[in-house]
Design a protein around this ligand. Structure first.
Ligand SMILES: [Mn+2]
Length: 310
């Protein structure tokens, strides 16, 4: 689709609701909140809402709106940082008049035909900032900060990205718009005593085999540590990164909401997304995930990665 059509729709609709994926990371939230602040700034008389589940870890970036079902009738919904329906946080978008998707993941979109997907973007926030600037719309400093937060986290502090010079160009522009980089860094680098204790606990439980490292996080860990799912599933991934002999690392975490095991995969120098896809998942070339029925399937996943390394 032509990005111009998105801005024509934004111009045309009176109610605009912005959504993103469940269990949001800072790119999902930064994209959603950043876009909403940009549109509120440009269209102070439109009804602009943001909805979805929230995570305590990123509450510093903003707050979601609670809105009635009726608000979706006749509304324009823009879904950011996700293109697959089952991961969208608020299913009421199906009642909207029109739905757009803005994403940077390598998934086939099953939500709408109105989509803007650029997989060379390190973050959905980078893509949104680029589109908004291309359209010549002003970015208030609060929005620039939110978008900048999405970029620095999804790019691994400007480490990953198919087009780093573009990521840096967009980021530099956001700083010019007044993005407060220090505010983001101050918030993402602080951790609680429990978080540090969790790292010590999980560190000792990492398993290693033929270039692959993994953690199996059984239901009991959520009794031991009062925390959210992503505090373990995403939060403990980095414990396995940066080991010379380990090229692929996996975090298998029990999900009580669905009684399944959610898998996060990361790699260094090896494209792994096809393995995630073979288990019905997806994501990026070096950072992806899937869901498996139980911990009995872990061995099968690990074997596929070991074969891939051979
Ligand atoms: Mn993202």
């Amino acid at each position: 689709m032509d990005y111009k059509d998105l801005f024509k729709d934004i111009e045309a609709y009176e109610t605009i609701i912005i959504e993103r994926h469940t269990r949001p990371d800072l790119d999902a939230l930064g994209s959603q909140i950043g876009l909403s602040l940009i549109l509120k700034n440009k269209y102070p008389n439109k009804n602009i809402y943001i909805v979805g589940d929230m995570t305590k870890k990123y509450s510093f970036i903003g707050k979601m709106d609670e809105i009635e079902d009726e608000k979706f009738n006749g509304a324009l919904v823009i879904i950011v940082d996700v293109a697959v329906s089952y991961l969208v946080s608020d299913k009421r978008y199906t009642n909207a008049s029109k739905v757009w998707v803005i994403d940077h993941h390598k998934n086939d979109c099953d939500i709408t035909d109105y989509k803007l997907v650029d997989t060379t973007r390190s973050a959905a926030a980078e893509y949104i900032a680029y589109l908004v600037m291309k359209e010549g719309i002003d970015i208030p400093s609060s929005a620039a900060t939110a978008l900048y937060g999405g970029i620095i986290t999804d790019s691994g502090r400007f480490m990953y990205g198919a087009n780093l010079s573009e990521t840096l160009r967009v980021s530099a522009s956001l700083i010019d718009f007044g993005a407060d980089a220090k505010y983001i860094y101050d918030n993402i680098y602080i951790e609680t005593l429990q978080e540090r204790e969790m790292k010590n606990y999980f560190q000792e439980r990492i398993k290693f085999k033929d270039g692959v490292a993994w953690l199996e996080n059984e239901p009991e860990v959520f009794d031991k540590f009062k925390c959210e799912f992503n505090d373990i599933s995403r939060g403990m991934l980095s414990l396995m990164a940066g080991i010379e002999e380990i090229k692929i690392w996996c975090n298998f975490t029990y999900d009580m909401e669905s009684n399944t095991v959610k898998c996060e995969f990361r790699s260094r120098g090896v494209e792994i997304v096809d393995v995630a896809k073979s288990f019905g998942g997806g994501g990026h070339a070096y950072a992806c995930g899937c869901t498996i029925p139980s911990f009995q399937n872990v061995e099968e996943v690990i074997q596929k990665f070991i074969q891939l390394l051979k």
